[in-house]
Design a protein around this ligand. Structure first.
Ligand code: MIC
Ligand code: SF4
Length: 648
């Protein structure tokens, strides 16, 4: 029987389990990478496992998120990460070298490999024909310690691409926006999107990477393209032709579902506030005034994206009243556009050039003004993420963004009267590796340096007999990890300090949350109630660790996003699902809920009864925990579980 690309890669990496939809499967991982905002926890957790060196072929520690350096905290984190990489045998990508996903694509991604990254946009590597999955820091640490990575085998959805894009005004970003419009932010949950069909060859690797990057917004486990002649061309152009292998699905490969996208019919698209799936055509918003434009981030920051932006800006001036900010994806891209004079064209037009880092995408500077409209070539427009709660953030392609910056309003780029030539894919890139520090062969003399803001790893303690706790918050559908644990310049510096960062939990939804949680802790702690797709968005495990630190025992929701559910389990918080979604309506904030015999419930995996003591009714929930997850919850989280396994 024919196999699809996902099955082919999983088979060559299978450590245990069946490659059968819904079954747990353990995979041997080739590469793990971390970024600084999640990496400090990951490396502290790795250190707590007591190993001498990473036990996988390649580990890379990037620095790209926490870059403002308003005081000692960020640079201390960077030094910790640099010394931890040196101590434990990882590569270190120095601050300034670029955004992890873009740099990884340029320097390390290779067809047929399995890579984990402590960031939800790790699937960027899927553009190279590899399985690249975003995970929490603790999952990454256990894999770096040599364990296989376990997941329940997702369904594989085929996206059959037909036709060719109407270039140069329509691009890969418009394709993924159209897919988000069709499938929504929940449409990829439990699925891997595998691209195929004759339209694949119309897209080059960096365009494919834009699509797989933003596939994270569908809630998908990952997305993957075949590895073909275009993959070979790109690898040769970045000086890594030797990493190429062909990887395509068999003719008779099977999929759980198939959707078709005709590239020729894609128009310039735009996501409206405040969700990446709130997508319409640019044309339908023509005339909307724009105050800020940001181009770059891990989604659209390749050399080619920058080159098309530069050629639109060349000889023009950014409209009065618009701020244009550009963050190229990597030092290599910045260096290339610098040497070729393209950065000068951008500067001459009035662009504010930022360093190669996440920047405004995660609220590290570049916030829009009150009530302003910001259009970004980024991947997330959740309310408040930009740093300004009442700003309206839209997402569009780099080409649309550049046109809006020049016109001061939204306009279909095809009708703006600004000429843009079709640009050929370069056959040779500038190669810059001097900001990548290779692993050391001898690590014996290396001391890991920890500044005063770097605190111990928090753990929960074994599962209690009974949970009797107060509903601290009742939230709606699609709650993001940005809602649970905001980012931005005021919060990110505390990523290595759980007591300090826990003060910010749910801050933008209910500023009293952390105080109320602390008060409830001695009386049994808290429970959070959520709707569908609870925890969508980032991989930040702080959205689980900080609630755990505040005494949250369980989250009861209609459904969960994959990475956040794993993070809750990893830190001993029970993710429970309403058996009857209608029960959601009967519970209110402040109710006291009781789960008797939690241990028995975990042991047997059966549905469990929750009593609402305040209202005097009960309802049932299920956990959906597999054998390993049950054991992890029983031990109080993945760190105590891993230690107990090592002691066996
Ligand atoms: C994001 O885009 O939300 C982030 C910031 O990159 C996160 C990681 C983090 O919170 O550190 C992600 O996507 O996982
Ligand atoms: Fe950085 Fe934004 Fe990409 Fe997250 S989505 S990795 S914050 S550029």
């Amino acid at each position: 029987m024919g196999r699809n690309i996902v099955e082919k890669i999983f088979e060559t990496h299978r450590a245990y389990g069946d490659i059968k939809e819904g079954s747990p499967v353990g995979l041997r991982v080739d590469q793990v990478y971390t970024q600084d905002a999640t990496g400090t926890m990951a490396w502290l957790q790795f250190e707590a496992m007591g190993l001498d060196r990473v036990e996988i072929p390649l580990a890379v520690s990037y620095v790209d998120h926490n870059m403002l350096q308003q005081d000692f905290m960020n640079p201390d984190d960077h030094l910790f990460l640099q010394t931890a990489a040196a101590r434990y045998g990882a590569w270190f990508s120095r601050p300034g070298n670029g955004i992890c996903h873009q740099v990884h694509l340029e320097q390390f991604a290779a067809p047929g490999k399995i890579t984990l990254g402590t960031d939800s946009h790790t699937p960027t590597g899927g553009g190279m024909g590899m399985i690249a999955i975003g995970v929490g820091g603790l999952d990454a640490a256990t894999v770096m310690a040599g364990s296989p990575f376990e997941l329940n085998m997702p369904k594989v959805l085929k996206v059959r691409l037909l036709g060719r894009l109407k270039r140069p005004y329509v691009s890969a970003m418009d394709v993924i926006l159209e897919i988000l419009r069709r499938l929504t932010v929940k449409g990829g949950v439990g699925r891997i999107l595998e691209y195929g069909g004759p339209g694949v060859k119309d897209l080059n690797v960096t365009e494919r990477a834009t699509i797989t990057n933003m596939g994270a917004e569908l809630g998908a486990t990952t997305s993957v393209f075949p590895s073909d002649e275009r993959t070979k061309f790109y690898l040769e152009a970045v000086g890594r032709g030797g990493d190429w292998t062909e990887l395509v699905a068999d003719e008779d490969a099977r999929y759980s579902q198939e959707i078709k996208i005709n590239l020729a019919k894609i128009e310039p698209m735009i996501a409206q506030p405040h969700s990446p799936d709130n997508v319409v055509t640019v044309k339908s918003l023509a005339g909307t005034k724009v105050h800020q434009v940001c181009i770059g981030s891990c989604t659209n920051s390749s050399y080619q994206a920058m080159r098309s932006v530069a050629s639109l800006l060349k000889g023009n001036t950014v409209a009065e009243g618009v701020n244009l900010l550009i963050n190229p994806g990597s030092k290599q891209v910045s260096e290339m556009i610098g040497r070729e004079g393209l950065a000068a064209d951008m500067l001459a037009a009035g662009a504010r050039m930022l360093e190669s880092s996440c920047g405004p995408c995660i609220g590290m500077g570049g916030a829009p003004g009150s009530g302003q409209v910001s259009v970004r070539s980024y991947n997330r427009n959740f309310m408040g993420r930009s740093g300004t709660k009442d700003a309206s953030v839209y997402l569009a392609s780099p080409v649309s963004c550049a046109v809006f910056a020049l016109k001061g309003e939204m306009v279909d780029p095809r009708e703006a009267g600004i000429p843009l030539k079709r640009l050929k894919e370069p056959s040779k890139y500038l190669i810059s590796r001097n900001f990548l520090i290779p692993p050391k062969a001898d690590t014996s003399g290396v001391t890991v340096v920890k500044g005063p803001n770097i605190k111990e790893v928090s753990v929960k303690g074994p599962l209690q007999e009974m949970i009797r706790a107060e509903v601290l918050l009742k939230a709606g559908d699609n709650i993001t990890t940005d809602d649970i644990m905001p980012a931005g310049s005021a919060v990110l510096p505390f990523r290595s300090n759980i007591p300090a960062i826990s003060e910010f939990v749910f801050k933008n939804i209910d500023s009293t949350f952390s105080t109320r949680a602390k008060e409830a802790k001695p009386a049994g702690g808290g429970i959070i109630v959520g709707g569908e797709n609870y925890g969508q968005g980032s991989s930040r495990e702080h959205a689980a660790i900080a609630p755990m630190f505040l005494g949250v025992q369980a989250v009861i929701a209609k459904s969960f996003a994959r990475i956040h559910r794993s993070n809750l389990i990893n830190f001993g918080i029970l993710p429970l699902v309403f058996q009857d979604a209608a029960d959601y309506r009967r519970i209110d904030q402040g109710d006291r809920l009781v789960i008797k015999d939690v241990a028995g419930f975990i042991e047997t995996g059966r549905a469990c009864i929750v009593e609402d003591e305040t209202k005097g009714f009960s309802f049932t929930v299920s956990s959906g925990l597999n054998d390993r997850e049950r054991e992890v919850i029983r031990k109080g989280g993945l760190l105590p579980y891993t230690r107990s396994q090592a002691g066996k």
